[in-house]
Design a protein around this ligand. Structure first.
Ligand code: AN0
Ligand code: CP
Length: 321
């Protein structure tokens, strides 16, 4: 595997899930694979889970790891070509990428949507430059539009906790005070469409996800109706994807607190498990009661980030041989 950004990059999903379970049973099984290989993890944005779980995954495989927080101690990077660099940016991404690549074998990058331009975000302007100019395998640690390590961990978690063969999984929008990216819901929709689940998306009007990711998934605008009989509730806020009105891209269109996931909505589910990628704002996205209930999977879900990252790094290491 040279690039990891989509469910398609894993090939057969059933086999990938089997591999994940094998690694979960013995996470140090491939410790020789990464000997004298270096993973470089580059963060343009904050992170707790991705930072720690991906380092742990690399260590499981015997790799060396370097972590760079671009905004803390590195030079401020220009990303546009043709700019006269007389401002506060001291270095261009076009030099920084090959330099960083020269010190490692595999690169992970986190770079969120900036919401300055829908076109630039959805064209993955930053991540594509890493793919093009690094000459190294690149995996997405949440880019402008996708968060595949999260969705892979989410799918592993659903596999582990499902109580019927084809569970009903509901992705619900929930309120948040700030504009958040669409990366998590985009990837979650993409991965659920590829998985053997009955998938429903619910959100207020105007929050329609990009067709590239949501595909033909069922969209239900009535949250209570969507929750009926659900086995898994996956909550997440996202800002306006700008599908129906491009001028609203990245805007907060609603802060409707009736969408906060509470016992009221959970009561109509099939005793559903609650999921969220974290970090989560309590009593905005979900009430204390629901996130603390025995049906909440937020902690095992986060723990599975180590497993999804180990599978991805393992496959990239195998492809280096
Ligand atoms: C980010 C987001 O919504 O994409 C990261 C989630 C994993 N969340 C925040 O910025 C709060
Ligand atoms: N879920 C997730 O990616 O968390 P972090 O932003 O803390 O890495």
């Amino acid at each position: 595997m040279k690039v990891f950004r989509s469910v398609k990059d894993l090939g057969n999903l059933e086999l990938a899930l089997k591999e994940a379970m094998e690694i979960k049973a013995d996470r140090y099984k491939y410790q020789e694979l990464g000997k004298n290989k270096t993973a470089l993890l580059i963060f343009f944005n904050n992170s707790l889970r991705t930072r720690l779980s991906t380092q742990k995954a690399a260590m499981n495989l015997g790799m060396n790891v370097i972590v760079l927080d671009v905004n803390q101690g590195a030079w401020k990077l220009e990303t546009e070509r043709g700019v006269v660099m007389d401002g506060d940016k001291s270095e261009h991404l076009l030099e920084a990428i090959p330099v960083m690549a020269s010190y490692c074998d595999i690169i992970g990058v986190r770079s969120f949507a900036t919401f300055e331009s829908r076109e630039d975000d959805y064209n993955e302007k930053i991540l594509n430059q890493f793919i093009q100019y690094s000459g190294k395998p690149v995996f997405f640690m949440e880019s402008a539009t996708v968060h595949p390590l999260q969705s892979f961990a989410d799918l592993i978690t659903i596999e582990e906790y499902k109580e019927r063969k084809r569970p009903k999984v509901v992705l619900t929008w929930a309120p948040h005070p700030k504009a958040l990216p669409q990366a998590v819901p985009n990837s979650f929709a993409e991965w659920m469409n590829a998985a053997d689940v009955d998938f429903v998306v619910t959100h207020p009007e105007g929050y329609e996800l990009d067709p590239e990711f949501v595909g033909n998934a069922k969209v239900e605008y009535d949250q209570m109706k969507a929750f009926e009989g659900a086995d898994f509730i996956y909550a997440k806020n996202w800002s306006c994807p700008g599908v129906t009105r491009p001028e609203d891209y990245g805007k907060v269109l609603s802060k409707d607190m009736s969408w906060t996931v509470s016992e009221r909505q959970m009561a109509v589910t099939n005793n559903a498990h609650f999921m969220h990628c974290l970090p989560v704002r309590r009593n905005m996205i979900v009430t204390d009661d629901v996130i603390e209930s025995p049906r909440s999977l937020v902690i095992p879900e986060a723990a599975n980030r180590e497993i999804s990252a180990t599978v991805v790094l393992k496959r990239m290491l195998e492809a280096l041989k």
